[in-house]
Design a protein around this ligand. Structure first.
Ligand code: ADP
Ligand code: MG
Length: 261
């Protein structure tokens, strides 16, 4: 299979993936996903469901205790599990880890530049401008130490740093974790703008289903390591049992993209 053109999203296939920590029951059991270039898929699930394990398996950042027991992951047809994290990074994969990991003792500017170590020097300025266009709050903070930023600003920086690498596949691990509700809506609004550029494919794992749902075309429900349901967002919203357990009894389906506000 030939690689997709630069600036286009990657295809991602996860095929019956099984990941276990030691001898415990697998944390991820026979999980399969299929994302076309430019897709935005959402994996929802409770604490401990296996969301981070799944993303780390795709990114190549599993902890030493975790073992890929079975299954495989392909990005544009290349078998990722044969590659280390650096090679996956060169192929255009980026993970924004849970808990907004930034370099606290580096400035905002240096954090962003650290994300651009594989980006051609001639393109860095333009990528920086794109990050500031999506996250204008970061522009006046470039000289600030990242450790001094608010939680919301750090999350914007973590996402911005990933974007500086011009990813074709962006994995986001609970981008809303620990943020105030207004900031959560803001972050997902920005992610929606980024997705609309159609330059990358996104896989988001979240517990805050209500906030994340409007930007996804497909939803997967992870329950104790297994996908208990997968389908289009509209179908997820239409099912009263899911709507009530994940979204609350008063939920109204979101308008399709491009309509309404
Ligand atoms: N280092 C580890 N050693 C043993 N078990 C782990 C380790 N990390 C995670 N687990 C277990 O794997 C399961 C999935 O964890 P995780 O992927 O972090 O879930 P989530 O991100 O959905 O909260 C949980 O039962 C968790 O206790
Ligand atoms: Mg997690």
């Amino acid at each position: 299979m030939t690689a997709a053109a630069a600036g286009a999203g990657a295809a991602l296939q996860v095929d019956r993936l099984v990941i276990a920590y030691g001898v415990a029951a697998p944390a991820v059991r026979e999980v399969s996903l299929d994302l076309a270039p430019g897709d935005v898929h959402l994996v929802v699930g409770a604490n401990g469901a296996g969301k981070s394990t799944l993303l780390n398996a795709i990114a190549g950042t599993l902890q030493a205790a975790a073992k890929l027991v079975a299954g495989h992951v392909t990005m544009d047809g290349s078998r990722l599990e044969r590659w280390g994290p650096a090679r996956r990074c060169r192929a255009g994969l980026r993970l924004v880890m849970e808990g907004r990991r930034v370099f606290p003792d580096l400035t905002v500017a240096d954090n962003l530049l650290a994300g651009a170590h594989l980006t051609p020097r001639s393109a860095v300025r333009a990528e920086l401008e794109k990050v500031f266009a999506h996250f204008p709050a970061l522009r006046p903070l470039t000289a600030r130490m990242a450790g001094q930023l608010s939680g919301g600003e750090q999350q914007m920086l973590a996402i911005g740093r990933a974007l500086m690498g011009r990813p074709r596949l962006l994995l986001l691990d609970e981008p809303s974790l620990g943020l105030a509700p207004l900031l959560v809506d803001d972050i997902f609004g920005r992610l929606e703008e980024i997705a609309a550029r159609k330059e990358l494919t996104m896989l988001i794992v979240e517990q805050n289903v209500t906030a994340a749902l409007p930007i996804a075309s497909h939803v997967h429900v992870l329950t104790d390591g297994q996908l208990s349901w997968s389908g289009p967002r509209e179908e997820f919203e239409g099912m009263s049992s899911f709507a009530v357990s994940y979204l609350g009894a008063n939920h109204r389906p979101t308008a399709p993209h491009g309509e309404g506000s």
